[in-house]
Design a protein around this ligand. Structure first.
Ligand code: ACO
Ligand code: ZN
Length: 450
């Protein structure tokens, strides 16, 4: 690609000579909730598209009414030109999650990102290592390579290289058309399909709408996930699916989940996992909402959790988290989710942990309690209790254990800060028909919080 002849070094520049280059950082326009903002982004890849393809991409973006529409450039308002080619740039916004990566047109680029201190109006500052850790923990920004060990950093780099460009842009699933978030390793040729069609019942995938429609209308006999229905309340059901018994469904479920998860995923070695699939049920069938997986014989009561974007922020995530704890409680052990948690995983777990921990502390007639005892009471692992309470300075180290400060005043202070938000969907344990096959210990009874 041609190198630009001159480089603008100002964040406020409105024009830029030359074409953006892979690996370079630029000031770009990003539209958030309809408002354009200047943001720093790095170019990850480029691709050439025809006039027709460009129009199609724009139309699909508009149809989905995403918050990041591609602006209509002057050239695109003209009559279609079958021979014209356009360059699109795959950009990653600095310090933001990769699900926000997108293909941008040239007119989004305003100038080179300066190596000087950015202007305050950009709202972006250089960060120290310790600030980076705080950002990662509390603001959910991704952790930098500099704070990882060498091996982890190498693996992270390799993973990012392999998955840096989202391959499938959109998935049709039942009545939903969903913008995908991340790369997913569907087998060829499906991995190169911009628009994938997935049967919402058996999760089989297609790159051709006709084949997909025929499958759904004529071929697919399934209207629920396989496995046992272990929970039913109102129109919600959860099915327990064995990766060993229903291997293909489990693999398809992992691939679908990967479209919305950036890490930690299994795709083909599913035999040692159980999957809990949450569905909204109506006369047509059980429509998949999300799922979590659980690896047998580990200390984790949940491996990966995913709620499909159209169903997010309605309480389904915390409902499944409650279920994961209820299952380990019935099995008589204290579980923890597999780490690392994603940014959204962290907010969901933090919210659940605050609710359970503070509810338990309120019922205790004491000003201090050992983290290990609180762990027994709540079913939450000590390390998760410590990481939740530490930022509020409620933890002290004492003789190899952690002591939790639990005075009424401290608990009230936490409540007044809005840290406790009860789940909007409460798991109804009476509706859970599930007994452990191999109990790991005596069943534990956990206090209930409403
Ligand atoms: N921005 C800010 N807060 C959010 C967002 C968001 N986009 N999404 C959820 N939350 C908050 C909610 O406000 C709620 O907190 P509150 O009750 O204290 O207000 C909490 O997170 C949980 O909300 P739910 O509605 O119960 O969760 P949801 O159904 O949206 O599912 C989940 C959460 C599963 C993490 C979902 O966001 C998802 O599938 N993300 C993609 C995959 C992923 O990152 N999974 C976790 C990986 S880590 C692991 O698997 C162990
Ligand atoms: Zn099917």
């Amino acid at each position: 690609m041609r190198r630009p002849t001159t480089r603008s070094r100002s964040h406020d520049t409105d024009s830029m000579d030359g074409d953006p280059e892979i690996g370079e950082s630029y000031v770009v326009t990003r539209i958030t909730n309809g408002v354009p903002e200047k943001t720093i982004a790095i170019v990850v890849a480029t691709k050439q598209v025809t006039d027709d393809q460009l129009r199609q991409i724009r139309a699909e973006k508009e149809k989905l009414q995403t918050n990041t529409p591609i602006e209509v450039s002057e050239s695109a308002k003209e009559e279609p030109n079958p021979t014209a080619m356009h360059t699109l740039y795959y950009i990653h916004y600095e310090g933001m999650d990769r699900r926000l990566d997108e293909w941008a047109e040239r007119n989004r680029f305003l100038g080179f990102a300066s190596s000087e201190k950015p202007s305050p109006s950009m709202g972006i500052q250089k960060v120290t290592r310790s600030q980076r850790r705080i950002d990662e923990e509390f603001n959910h920004l991704p952790v930098g390579y500099e704070v990882m060990g060498a091996t982890v950093a190498k693996l992270e780099r390799e993973y990012e290289e392999r998955t840096k460009v989202r391959n499938i842009e959109m998935v049709t699933l039942g009545r939903w058309e969903i913008d995908t978030w991340y790369f997913a390793p569907y087998p060829a040729p499906f991995d190169q399909t911009v628009h994938l069609f997935v049967c919402e019942y058996c999760l089989m995938y297609f790159n051709d709408i006709k084949l997909y429609s025929r499958h759904v209308k004529l071929a697919c006999r399934r209207r629920t996930p396989p496995g046992n229905e272990i929970y039913r309340k109102g129109n919600l059901s959860v099915f327990e699916v064995s990766g060993y018994q229903d291997r293909q469904y489990a693999q398809f479920l992992c691939l679908l989940s990967k479209l919305f998860m950036d890490h930690k995923t299994l795709y083909y070695d599913v035999e040692t996992f159980l999957f809990y699939v949450l569905c909204e049920v109506d006369n047509e069938g059980a429509h998949i909402v999300g799922n979590f997986s659980k690896e047998l014989d580990t200390g984790n009561n949940l491996a990966c959790i995913m709620i499909l974007p159209p169903y997010q922020r309605k309480g389904y995530g915390k409902l499944l988290i409650q279920l994961s704890y209820e299952l380990s409680s019935r099995e008589g052990w204290i579980g923890t989710p597999e780490k690392p948690l994603s940014d959204l995983g962290k907010v969901s777990y933090r919210s659940y942990w605050w609710w359970v921990i503070l509810g338990t502390l309120e019922n205790m007639e004491t000003d201090t309690v050992r983290a290990s005892i609180l762990s027994e009471e709540t079913g939450i692992a000590s390390a998760d209790i410590v990481s939740t309470l530490y930022p509020m300075q409620m933890i002290k180290s004492w003789k190899g254990d952690h002591i939790v400060r639990a005075s009424k005043r401290v608990v009230e202070h936490c409540r007044s800060l809005g840290l406790v938000r009860p789940p909007s969907l409460l798991l109804d344990e009476k509706c859970l028909r599930w007994e452990p096959r191999r109990p790991r210990g005596p069943p534990r009874t956990r206090p209930k919080h409403k």
